[in-house]
Design a protein around this ligand. Structure first.
Ligand SMILES: *Cc1c(COP(=O)(O)O)cnc(C)c1O
Length: 369
């Protein structure tokens, strides 16, 4: 394909090409209906089948048990920073947070805006979020209503390798926006999982929420209707007009993951892609990784060059070569390659080849600085 370049954007991010091809047709005329996906009523038969298939594919990928709702909501992951404490955190309880980056901080901030009590059970802020806290650094409050974590820290490039141990009876709540379905996930370990679609699952404008039914039922009924999970649980995410196009694409992405061998196959492929980059960074004395090796993300690979001038040059030259979206977040600097599920291995190979070339060409400049 000559008209598409390699996209390493953190989000919105690359989508699987077969999904985009199919969507091109679906926008014009879906399922022989003579009407495009964006023009169908959400109350009609065509969309009914789309949302059913999306939910079924979502459930089958992770074996989601029947006592969990699968919801397709709006407001992004950021609205979940508020909806979670509104629905799951009574005013007389405490929620524990594992602070591993900017997104976790925003989740804490929104719980505090509501006047709720928050306990920081662990934080890696002192070292600019360069790692995931070790088990012995985590100290929970006596009886938390839930424990919140961010499974993958998109900005810093760190990722929890396994779930932390939590106090008995405390549901784990996870923001999985940037690594959802990049690897197997045991939903039973969680009370609630949320993921904005635009990193690994689809277009922006839809957020996936997987939540234990009992938690939804226990939530307060005094909240605005649109902010209660039960509103969407009762109407299969169709209390009001849902983000129909986003749900369609998400369903197609789920089916694509299935066709690729499912979550275990995704995990293998993602580990191989990430290893291409990390192995090269480790072998290089020009580039260096920014996070502790045992905390490295398989989704967002953050690295730096010897000087900021060289980093600017690297990003500019990479862009000219059709390697796009490599500029790191301003709070880390340097470069970030986001290599989600849909990022093909040849994209990573092309990036590593360019890095080698750039290192060769600029080694002398670096040595002088
Ligand atoms: C991108 C991102 C968010 C914010 O998502 P929105 O959909 O823009 O609200 C939250 N958490 C994580 C981990 C993210 O990567």
């Amino acid at each position: 394909m000559t008209d598409r370049i390699y996209n390493f954007s953190a989000g919105p991010a690359v989508l699987p090409e077969p999904v985009l091809r199919k969507a091109q047709e679906a926008i014009w005329n879906i399922a022989g209906s003579g009407i495009g996906i964006m023009e169908h009523s959400h109350r009609g038969k065509v969309f009914d089948r789309i949302i059913n298939e999306a939910e079924a594919a979502c459930r089958s990928l992770a074996g989601i048990p029947d006592d969990y709702h699968v919801l397709f909501l709006q407001g992004g992951a950021s609205l979940q920073f508020s909806m979670v404490p509104m629905n799951l955190l009574p005013a007389d309880r405490t929620a524990d947070f594992l602070l591993t980056g900017v997104w976790a901080k925003k989740a804490v901030k929104e719980a505090k805006v509501l006047g709720r009590t928050v306990h920081l059970a662990a934080s890696s802020e002192a070292t600019n979020f360069d790692r995931i806290p070790q088990p012995d650094e985590i100290s929970y409050s006596s009886n938390p209503a839930y424990v919140h974590l961010t499974t993958n820290n998109t900005i810093y490039g760190t990722q929890w390798k396994t779930e932390p141990t939590v106090p008995a009876g405390a549901p784990l709540v996870a923001d999985t926006s940037s690594d959802m379905y990049s690897r197997p996930i045991d939903v039973r370990k969680y009370g609630l999982i949320y993921a904005g679609a635009q990193k690994n699952l689809g277009p922006s404008g839809v957020v996936l929420v997987i939540v234990r039914k009992a938690l939804v039922e226990a939530g307060p009924k005094t909240l605005p209707t649109m902010l209660q999970y039960r509103t969407f649980a009762a109407d299969r995410s169709m209390y009001n007009t849902p983000p129909t196009f986003g749900i369609y694409i998400m369903g197609e992405v789920f089916k694509w993951i299935e066709s690729q061998g499912g979550l275990a196959a995704m995990a293998d492929r993602n580990a191989e892609k990430a290893a291409l980059l990390y192995d090269y960074i480790d072998a290089s004395d020009f580039f260096r990784g920014t996070v502790q090796p045992d905390s490295r993300s398989l989704m967002n690979v953050c690295f730096r060059a010897p000087t900021e001038e060289l980093e600017g040059k690297f990003i500019a030259e990479a862009t000219r070569r059709g390697l796009d979206g490599l500029k790191g977040h301003r709070s880390v600097g340097g470069m970030r390659a986001s290599i989600y599920n849909a990022c093909p291995r040849p994209a990573v190979e092309a990036l590593v080849a360019f890095m080698k070339e750039f290192e060769q060409a600029n080694r002398a400049t670096a040595a002088r600085s």
